[in-house]
Ligand binder design. Structure first.
Ligand code: SF4
Length: 688
C-alpha cells in the first residue's frame, strides 16, 4: 500500500562493486535510497566503504533499466511477455541441441551474480543441456592466479583474511592498483604501514597511489615480473636464507625447482627487467629479514601470456621463505568483481564442478549424476575464449550469457562482435541493453543485487548473505528465477522456492561448503571456506598442511614467456585498468549520477617525455591503432607513467574502449586474454 511504501526501511546487503566484499545497511523509502550505513560488525570493512559502495546505487532506478523481455525483429527489438520469450528460448535450445548436439550450446555465468545463480547456471548447462561449455568472467582476470595456486598449494583463493594483512611485516603488491581497485583493503594497508611500521614494496608500470606510499617502488619492464621474482627466489636459496625447516616438512620438489632456477641469475634478471642488481638483492634481503610476508597481486600479473606462470612464481617464493599457514602471510590474489571468487567456487567453469572438483574425475561425476539424475560429459567444455573460436569455426550455434558485457570486456572485440553475428541464437540477460545485448536474439531483464536474495563470496573466501532491499523493477526478475524457468521449460522439474534451497543442495554436494547454511550466515555472520559440516570455517588456509595426498605443497618450476610484440611500428605500450570511480566497463556506475559528475570522460595518461617528443598537450585528441583496431581519446599528461608507456582506463564502452586495441593472444595455461600485452601507434588528430 501507499502507506507502506513511505516507510523507511533498513536492509543489510553486500556491495556489488568489488571483491573486498564490504557489507552495510541500506536505508530506503519506497525505491529511494536514502543512505548506505556501514556497520561495525561487517567482517570485511567494519565502518568503511569507498565512493562506489556509498554513492554508486542510482543505477537501480535508472530509466535505462530493462523492464520487459525483448525479442529481435529484424534490426530492432520488440517487447514481449515472459512466456513468449522463455518459450522461444526453450524451443530454440531444443532445436539446436537436436540438430547439432549439446556441445553446440554455450553458457556464460556472471561474477556479479550470486553463488546460487552460478550454481544453477552450471546445473542448467550440465544437468539439463548436457554440456560442460560453461564459464564466467574470472577467465578475463583471475583464472591464472587460481592456476598458479592450484599447482603449488592446492586452493585457489586468498590464503588468509583481509584483516590479517595488518599483521604482516612486509606487504608486496604486484600489478595491482589497490587504492583504486580495492579501496577499503588498500586503506587497511595504508593504516598498518603508517601505524605498525609495516614495510611495503610495490611493483608496477604505473606510479599510482600505492607506489607513492611504498618504501620501495620498482618499475620492471612490462611483462617481466616472473624474472625478478625468480631471481630473488634463487638468490635467497643461494644465500642459505630459505626456510629449510618449512621446506623439508611441508614442501615437495625442491631439487627440480632449484635446478630450473639456475638461469635466473642477477645479471640475467637485470637485463630482462631493467632493475639494477642491487635492487634485487635488497628485495631478497628485505623478504628474508621479515618474519611474515604476504603478496597481493591482480591483473598486472595475470593478464599476460605467462600470467599463470608468474602467479606460480609468487607462490614458489612464498613457499621457499615459509610464508604460508599463519596469519599475516601468504598469497592474496585480489578478485575484481564482487563475486569472481564465488562464480568459480560454485562450478561455472568448463573443467570444474562446484568446490573445484574435476569434471574428468569419474567419482565426482557419479555423485552429481546421481543427485541430478543426468549424464555429465567427461570431457571439459569450452572456456570463454574457445567459445568465441568455436562460433567462428561453426561448431558453436547458441549462447546464453548473463550479467556479462563480454562484447566490451573480452579482448579484440571487433573479432568477438564478428562471432556474435554468426550465432544462430543468442540470449543475453542483464540490467541494461549493453553493447553485447545489441547482438542478442532475446534480451531478458534481470534484477541487480539490491532486488534479490543470495550470497556473494569475497576475495578472502568469505561467504556473506544479501537481503532484498527493493522489489524487482518493472517485469525484471532475479537471475535464479529466470534460469529455473528456462530449465523447467526444458523439462527439468526444478522446484527452488528460495536461494537458500539452492545453497542447501550445493552444500550437500560440494565439500568446501559442507557446513554452509543460511542460518549460519544470518545478518552480518559469514563463513570462509572450506566450511566443515559442523560449521567450522577457515580464516587462514594451510595451518595443518596442504590439500594434496601427502599434505605437502609443490614447488612448480616455471619459465619466462616474453611479452608479445606487435611489430616495430607499434611503439607505444598501452597499459590499462580501472579508475576508482567506475566499475569495470562502467555499465552500472555510468548510470549513477553521483559518480558520472566526478569523472565524465575517459582519458589517456601519457608521460611528459612522450608529450614533449610528439608535441602533445593536455586535452590533445589522439588516435591509437593496433593491428586489431583503433581508439580515439583525449590526453592527460602525468608523471604516473614514464617513457612510451601510456595508460587507458577501461571504463569506456565507445570510441575509447581499450578492447578495440587488444589482441586475441592469451595466457598459455588458462586462455585469459593478454590485455596487458598491447602496443599501438599514436597519431595526433587535434590539438586542443
Ligand atoms: Fe564496494 Fe569494494 Fe568499495 Fe567495498 S571497497 S565499498 S566492496 S567497491
Amino acid at each position: 500500500s501507499a502507506m507502506r511504501e513511505q516507510r523507511i526501511k533498513k536492509t543489510k546487503t553486500v556491495c556489488t562493486f568489488c571483491g573486498v566484499g564490504c557489507s552495510f545497511d541500506v536505508w530506503t523509502k519506497g525505491r529511494e535510497i536514502l543512505k548506505v550505513e556501514p556497520q561495525i560488525d561487517a567482517p570485511a570493512n567494519g565502518i568503511s566503504t569507498c565512493i562506489k559502495g556509498k554513492f554508486g546505487w542510482d543505477f537501480v532506478n535508472s530509466e535505462e533499466r530493462l523492464t520487459k523481455p525483448l525479442i529481435r525483429e529484424g534490426d530492432a527489438f520488440r517487447e514481449a511477455s515472459w512466456d513468449e520469450a522463455l518459450n522461444l528460448i526453450a524451443k530454440k535450445f531444443t532445436e539446436i541441441k537436436t540438430q547439432h548436439g549439446s556441445q553446440a550450446l554455450t553458457f556464460i555465468s556472471s561474477s556479479k551474480c550470486t553463488n546460487e545463480e552460478s550454481y544453477l547456471m552450471q546445473k542448467l548447462a550440465r544437468g539439463v543441456i548436457g554440456t560442460n561449455n560453461i564459464d564466467n568472467c574470472s577467465r578475463y582476470c583471475q583464472t591464472p592466479a587460481t592456476m598458479g595456486l592450484f599447482r603449488t598449494v592446492g586452493h585457489g583463493g586468498d590464503s588468509g583474511s583481509i584483516k590479517d594483512i595488518e599483521k604482516s611485516e612486509l606487504v608486496i603488491v604486484i600489478g595491482s592498483n589497490t587504492s583504486e581497485s580495492h579501496p577499503v583493503l588498500a586503506t587497511r594497508i595504508k593504516r598498518s604501514h603508517k601505524l605498525h611500521n609495516q614495510k611495503l614494496i610495490v611493483a608496477d608500470l604505473r606510479k599510482h597511489e600505492m607506489a607513492d606510499r611504498a618504501d620501495l617502488f620498482i618499475q620492471p619492464r612490462a611483462g617481466s615480473d616472473l624474472v625478478w621474482l625468480s631471481a630473488v627466489t634463487k638468490y635467497i636459496l643461494d644465500k642459505g636464507w630459505a626456510d629449510n625447516e618449512f621446506l623439508s616438512t611441508h614442501v615437495n620438489g625442491l631439487e627440480e625447482f632449484t635446478k630450473n632456477l639456475e638461469k635466473f641469475t642477477l645479471e640475467y634478471a637485470e637485463k630482462a627487467t631493467g632493475l639494477p642488481q642491487e635492487t634485487l638483492v635488497h628485495i631478497a634481503e628485505t623478504i628474508s629479514q621479515s618474519k611474515s610476508v604476504c603478496v597481493l597481486w591482480a591483473m598486472g600479473v595475470t593478464q599476460h601470456m605467462g600470467g599463470s606462470d608468474t602467479s606460480t612464481a609468487i607462490s614458489n617464493l612464498l613457499l621457499v621463505t615459509g610464508n604460508y599457514g599463519r596469519p599475516g602471510v601468504g598469497s592474496y590474489p585480489l578478485r575484481g568483481h564482487n563475486n569472481v571468487q564465488g562464480a568459480s567456487d560454485f562450478g561455472s567453469m568448463p573443467d570444474r564442478l562446484p568446490s573445484y572438483e574435476k569434471v574428468s574425475d569419474e567419482k565426482v561425476r557419479a555423485k552429481y549424476e546421481q543427485a541430478w539424475g543426468v549424464k555429465i560429459p567427461e570431457e571439459p567444455g569450452l572456456n570463454n575464449h574457445e567459445m568465441v573460436q568455436g562460433i567462428m569455426d561453426g561448431n558453436v550455434k547458441a549462447m546464453y550469457l548473463k550479467g556479462e558485457d563480454m562484447g566490451i570486456v573480452d579482448s579484440n572485440i571487433n573479432h568477438v562482435h564478428a562471432a556474435y553475428e554468426k550465432l544462430d541464437f543468442f540470449v543475453v540477460q542483464d540490467l541494461f541493453l549493453t553493447r553485447t545485448a545489441e547482438f542478442a536474439d532475446v534480451v531478458l531483464p534481470a534484477s541487480p543485487s539490491l532486488e534479490k536474495e543470495g550470497t556473494f563470496t569475497n576475495t578472502e573466501r568469505r561467504i556473506q548473505r544479501l537481503y532484498q532491499v527493493l522489489e524487482p523493477l518493472g517485469d525484471s526478475r532475479p537471475d535464479w528465477q529466470i534460469i529455473q524457468d528456462i530449465a523447467n521449460r526444458l523439462g527439468a522439474g526444478w522446484n527452488y522456492k528460495h536461494p537458500s534451497d539452492i545453497m542447501e543442495e550445493a552444500a550437500q554436494l560440494a565439500p568446501l561448503f559442507a557446513g554452509v547454511s543460511y542460518e549460519r550466515l544470518e545478518g552480518y555472520k559469514s563463513l570462509q571456506w572450506p566450511v566443515a559440516p559442523d560449521g567450522t570455517d577457515t580464516p587462514v588456509l594451510f595451518t595443518d598442511g596442504f590439500p594434496f595426498d601427502d599434505r605437502k605443497a609443490k614447488l612448480h618450476p616455471v619459465d619466462w614467456t616474453e611479452p608479445k610484440e606487435f611489430g616495430e611500428e607499434y611503439d607505444i605500450h598501452v597499459n590499462n585498468g580501472r579508475l576508482l570511480e567506475h566499475f569495470h566497463e562502467g555499465n552500472m556506475t555510468y548510470k549513477s549520477e553521483g559518480i558520472t559528475s566526478k569523472t565524465p570522460n575517459t582519458f589517456l595518461e601519457i608521460s611528459h617525455d612522450l608529450a614533449k617528443e610528439r608535441g602533445i598537450k593536455d586535452g590533445t585528441l589522439v588516435r591509437l591503432s593496433s593491428p586489431y583496431g583503433s581508439v580515439k581519446v583525449h590526453c592527460l599528461i602525468t608523471d604516473r607513467v614514464k617513457g612510451k608507456e601510456v595508460y587507458l582506463p577501461m571504463n569506456d564502452s565507445g570510441e575509447a574502449s581499450i578492447n578495440l586495441l587488444t589482441s586475441s593472444y592469451s595466457d598459455k595455461d588458462t586462455d585469459t586474454p593478454a590485455y596487458k600485452e598491447t602496443s599501438a601507434k599514436l597519431e595526433i588528430l587535434q590539438v586542443e
